[in-house]
Design a protein around this ligand. Sequence first.
Ligand SMILES: [Zn+2]
Length: 289
Amino acid sequence: MLTTVIQLSHNIITRINGGPDDLEAEMIVECSMARKEYVRSLIQPFVVFAITAVTVLHALHSDILQTVSISVIIAFLLASLQIRATDYSEPFFRYAVRFFASLREYKILNSKSELPVIITAPHAQAPNADKYTGTLAEMLGKQTGATVIIGKISRLYLDLNRQEANKHPFRKRLRKLVLEKKRPLLILDIHGKKDDKVELGTANGLTADSSILNMVADVLKAYNLDVLIDEHLKGSQEGTIIRSFGRPKDGIHAIQIELPPSLRTPKSLSFISSILASVIKNFCSNTQQ
Ligand SMILES: [Zn+2]
């Protein structure tokens, strides 16, 4: 318990100070788990106590149906405070929100993969998620063995695809992954958009070589998909993932892929996952000759 508290305060202090950039990612994950345990140890007895207390008090005064409903409502409120903490933006909840939100920082797959490919899904967390981008990223990771990192904080709270998230563990871990990977490296940043075309963004050619961008577009087009390139969603704002990490001159090619709703349904996920798997396969075979 004491170790947990020490780890907890260390992490909070590190966070307040901005933290050293080389903060060990494994430690973050460990701390995150330790905090999870810690919060669970605080919340669970509280929930049990609250429900028991209300049940007993209420049973003394009124009928059973009312008692059960009130207990359910209280349990629901407490659970939703934990699960949907990212919804609250009022200053009063700020600290609690920060704390709860930090429990689910990111999910990572194949972190030790030798493949020079990183798949990112920064907007996978509801509410206001790019729906199914997290599931797709996971499928793609399992299919190809590429490294996958999925954001676990709703953009209502913090947009992991913007400068403001630069010191967040998701971005720190991503930075570490980019440093570890061999070159040339491909970063596929997966998003969702509202209209029915796929759009590839490279901030007007800034974040990936045109040969690689064209290869990606050609693969998508071969499956009869309508593809736009750097038209509406270019990812060119400062601090986007592609702009923060894409350095074609240093062999890092980052492409933002905006997928329409039709490609983000449970039925179409394996289709788009196979297409992106071909992209990854092409990239690896073209660059490792
Ligand atoms: Zn997005």
